[in-house]
Design a protein around this ligand. Structure first.
Ligand code: KG4
Ligand code: ZN
Length: 347
């Protein structure tokens, strides 16, 4: 295959991102630049991402992010072979910002334009970072997503199961809020859990015994709320060791749920005897050492290699979108001339 240089654009949630990747086989792909501008401070105090504020920030900054990505990569539009943009799923105002900008660039340059599924970007990242071959099993676990995907090709994904309510990152954030710990909740709950006893509180494991790979996390959050209220009533406030024990017990329940469902997803994947079995994780929650340890152990038991891309490529970024564009270009995925921006778009 020939060398490809592709610009990626991502604006589906609260990160304004642009990146340039060059891939000249047989060399490994090179991330020439990857700009990610977060919006955490803009949404602070609102208790979550405000779609209108996010859309405005993307609209104001996305073109500048693209200019910076090109400049940092040392390329101009004339050096590109294609443009790839997240076309969904996500907050539609932000997605539209990206799609409109990408359409403008494509119209001005005549470059092919790929409308990439954000989840496909996450799911193809292990090939960007580690060059692994299809098929592999992927757990996408973040503040917005939680699903097991069988990845068989650049545009061949099978969803084996996923959350039927909250994503685990959302549950960590809500638990942090309930226990007056700082946001984002994942890292602060993990830190508190390190000092706590995971066996102190018997929290529920929703859907654990149900067949299949579907998961549920919202009942867990409610159980944490009830336990907190009981502790506050009993002691007139939340003592530090109670908080730590509650965090540890919550995290242990999430670990049990993810590990058991991963065991089942791995069994489905391994049934086809893949030549080089890999279980990869991505998403912000994959940063959690204790969850990662539990998942790694399950992979080992099943005889699959465990892979977690570097955190900067696990969380939202545009390099994964540029890479998905390269993968789809090589796979000959047809490019619809007028793809739509989509708030919902299951793989
Ligand atoms: O992938 P990501 O950056 O953004 C999206 O959700 O798209 O994931 C962010 C989520 C937040 O909910 C955050 O609390 C969670 O990942 N997170 C963690 C940890 N670090 C981040 N959850 C558990 N443990 C962590 N160490
Ligand atoms: Zn994402």
């Amino acid at each position: 295959p020939t060398a490809l240089t592709v610009l990626g654009i991502e604006s589906s949630c609260d990160d304004t991102a642009a990146a340039v990747i060059r891939h000249a086989p047989p060399e490994s792909p090179q991330i020439l630049s990857s700009i990610v501008w977060g919006q955490t401070e803009l949404h602070a105090g609102f208790g979550g991402v405000v779609p209108e504020i996010a859309a405005r920030a993307h609209a104001e900054k996305l073109d500048i992010a693209v200019e910076e990505a090109l400049a940092k990569a040392g390329v101009t539009l004339a050096d590109l072979d294609a443009v790839a943009v997240t076309a969904g799923p996500g907050l539609i105002g932000g997605v539209l910002s990206g799609v409109v900008l990408a359409r403008g660039i494509a119209a001005a340059t005549g470059l092919p334009l790929f409308g990439v599924n954000h989840l496909a970007g996450h799911a193809l990242t292990p090939r960007l970072t580690d060059g692994i071959s299809f098929p592999y099993l992927m757990l996408l676990v973040s503040g917005g997503h939680c699903q097991f995907l069988l990845v068989a090709g650049a545009d061949r994904f099978t969803r084996l199961g996923g959350t039927i309510d909250d994503a685990p990152g959302e549950a960590f954030d809500k638990v942090a809020k309930l226990l007056a710990l700082p946001q984002p909740g994942g890292p602060s709950v993990e830190a508190a859990a390190r000092e706590g006893n995971p066996k102190r509180f018997a929290l529920p494991r929703p859907l654990l015994d149900r067949p299949g790979c579907d998961m549920s996390f919202s009942g867990l959050k409610t159980a944490v709320l009830r336990t907190r209220d009981a502790l506050v009533t009993e002691h007139g406030g939340l003592r530090a060791h109670d908080r730590a024990d509650l965090c540890a017990s919550f995290q242990a329940a999430v670990a049990d749920l993810l590990a058991e469902k991963a065991r089942r997803a791995l069994a489905l994947y391994m049934a086809d005897a893949p030549a080089q079995p890999v279980f990869a994780v991505a998403g912000g929650v994959a940063a959690n050492q204790s969850l990662r340890g539990a998942l790694e152990a399950v992979a080992q038991q099943a005889g699959a290699a465990f892979l977690a891309p570097p955190l900067a490529l696990c969380t939202d970024n545009a390099a994964m979108i540029a890479w998905a564009g390269i993968e789809q270009m090589r796979a000959g995925t047809p490019i619809p001339p007028d793809f739509a921006a989509r708030p919902r778009w299951p793989l």
